[in-house]
Design a protein around this ligand. Structure first.
Ligand SMILES: [Fe+2]
Ligand SMILES: [Fe+2]
Length: 183
C-alpha cells in the first residue's frame, strides 16, 4: 500500500514539474496552454483528492486508533489534505476564468499557482520523510492485510497514469509522453 502511494507521489511530482515549467514560461512572458494547467488540476482533484488522500487517511486513522498521538500532530494529515483541496478549488476557479477570457492579473495567478505547487511539495515531503517511515515501522503485516481488504472495494484505475487514459486526460498524457492506448 505504501509503495502504491509512493508511486502516486512520483506521478504527482511529474505533474508539479509541468506546472513549474508553466510558471517559468509565464514569468518569461511566453504564451502557455491554460488547458493543460486545468487538466493537471483536474487530475489532482480527481485522483489525489478523491482517491490518494483518502487512502492515506484510512491508513493513518487506523494507526491512530491503536496509538496515542498528541492532538496537533494527529490532525496534521487531515488538515493538510483539506488545505490542498481548498487551494486546488481556488486555483481551478481562477484557471477557468482565464479560459473564459476574464481579465486576471497575471501575477495574482502565478502567486496562486506557485503557492499551490509549494503546498503540494511540502505535503509530499512530510509524508515521505516523516509519516510513511513512521507507518512502516509501526504497522504489522496483519495491519496491512486488514487495510488492503478495507481498501479493495474503493480501488479505481488511474485515468492518466494507468493502463487506460481517459478521454479527459489524453492531451496531458501526450504532453507527458506517456504510452497510452486511445479508447
Ligand atoms: Fe497526502
Ligand atoms: Fe500523499
Amino acid at each position: 500500500m505504501l509503495s502504491s502511494l509512493h508511486k502516486d507521489h512520483l506521478n504527482i511530482t511529474r505533474l508539479l514539474d509541468l506546472l513549474k515549467q508553466k510558471l517559468a514560461a509565464i514569468r518569461a512572458e511566453q504564451p502557455i496552454s491554460y488547458f493543460l494547467v486545468r487538466d493537471v488540476i483536474d487530475y489532482l482533484r480527481e485522483v489525489s483528492d478523491t482517491y490518494h488522500h483518502p487512502k492515506e487517511d484510512l491508513i493513518y486513522d487506523y494507526y491512530l486508533k491503536y496509538r496515542v498521538v498528541e492532538g496537533d500532530v494527529a490532525n496534521r494529515l487531515h488538515e493538510e489534505h483539506l488545505n490542498l483541496l481548498e487551494a486546488g478549488t481556488e486555483l481551478k476557479e481562477m484557471v477557468e476564468m482565464i479560459l473564459m477570457d476574464a481579465v486576471i492579473p497575471l501575477d495574482q495567478f502565478t502567486a496562486k499557482l506557485e503557492r499551490f505547487v509549494a503546498l503540494q511539495e511540502a505535503h509530499m515531503n512530510y509524508e515521505e520523510g516523516v509519516l510513511f517511515p513512521h507507518l512502516r515501522d509501526s504497522l504489522t503485516e496483519d495491519d496491512w492485510r486488514h487495510l488492503e481488504q478495507v481498501w479493495q472495494n474503493r480501488a479505481i484505475g488511474d485515468p492518466l497514469f494507468g493502463a487506460e487514459v481517459s478521454q479527459h486526460f489524453q492531451a496531458l498524457a501526450k504532453r507527458l509522453s506517456l504510452p497510452f492506448s486511445v479508447n
